[in-house]
Design a protein around this ligand. Structure first.
Ligand SMILES: [Zn+2]
Length: 273
């Protein structure tokens, strides 16, 4: 078990966003702890009271005022169920933005998020696909080691038990009209309906993540992600998606227990705009 990466960047609302991924052999559940030091040589203090399990990120709401932002170092410690512990290298902001650029960029994110929330957007669940964890033995070929069955309900075709991290709730804008397929060019089978989704750059999406419209339960598969940055500060993501067919097993992934999910997870109370 080791860290594949740890990334740290500022985001809207006033947070530092820390995200990571493990690789290698892992025995779940893995418990993550986030530590911060106020300066390069300072002592590290643990930030999270709530154990971080089945998540790939942490939102630090306490890194402000801004002066701290430019100095803070973070590290992530992972402990798996065999009590193996790995510690990431201390890391600071991905790119230290100039203060004004940072404020402008965050304002841009804030406006966009508010617009989605109040006018043009819809509420969605993000299912972030797992890239590490306990390998699924239900659908794995024990001879070749090859996964997968795309209809496996233990890993949802990802090869890792659970398939996805705990869902995240956010607001996005879905393209006004799905791209109309030219029927005459189709060679057998039905082309999936495509669309484009615009969202702020949190969480960062990857190909094969799933976006679920909360009200109508329509499910989309991420095909590509284009990130817009201002001076290396991630602002928005333009996400191309395919609608998933209703017969697909991912429609059995239940969101019932997440109906009351809060938009911000590590902050007491709801998100203040
Ligand atoms: Zn499986």
């Amino acid at each position: 078990m080791e860290f594949k990466f740890v990334k740290v960047y500022p985001a809207y609302p006033r947070i530092i966003y820390i995200t990571w991924e493990l690789s290698g052999i892992v025995r779940s559940p893995v418990n993550f702890s986030i530590y911060r030091s106020e300066s390069e040589y300072g002592e590290f203090t643990k930030l999270n009271d709530i154990p971080i399990i089945n998540r790939f990120f942490y939102e630090d709401y306490t890194a402000f005022p801004l002066s701290k932002l430019f100095e803070a170092n973070y590290k992530v410690i992972a402990r798996d169920s065999n009590d193996r512990i790995v510690e990431s290298q201390p890391i600071n902001l991905l790119h230290r933005p100039e203060k004004e650029q940072f404020i402008l960029a965050r304002e841009e994110q804030r406006r966009l998020y508010l617009k989605f929330r109040k006018f043009s957007g819809i509420e969605v669940f993000i299912l972030k696909k797992r890239n590490w964890g306990d390998e699924c033995n239900t659908c794995r070929n024990l001879v070749t080691g090859e996964t997968l069955s795309s209809s496996c309900v233990d890993c949802w075709g990802t090869g890792f038990i659970g398939g996805y991290y705990t869902p995240i709730l956010t607001y996005v804008e879905i393209g006004p009209t799905p791209v109309v397929q030219d029927k005459t060019e189709q060679m057998g089978g039905v082309e999936p309906i495509q669309s484009t989704i615009l969202m702020i750059a949190r969480p960062l999406l990857s190909v094969s993540d799933i976006i679920i419209e909360k009200n109508v339960n329509k499910r989309w598969n991420v095909r590509s992600v284009e990130l817009t940055e201002r001076r290396h500060f991630p602002i928005t993501q333009q996400v191309r998606v395919n609608e998933i067919e209703h017969k697909d097993v991912i429609y059995d992934f239940s969101l019932e227990e997440y109906e009351e999910l809060d938009h911000s997870i590590y902050k007491p109370g709801s998100l203040k705009i």
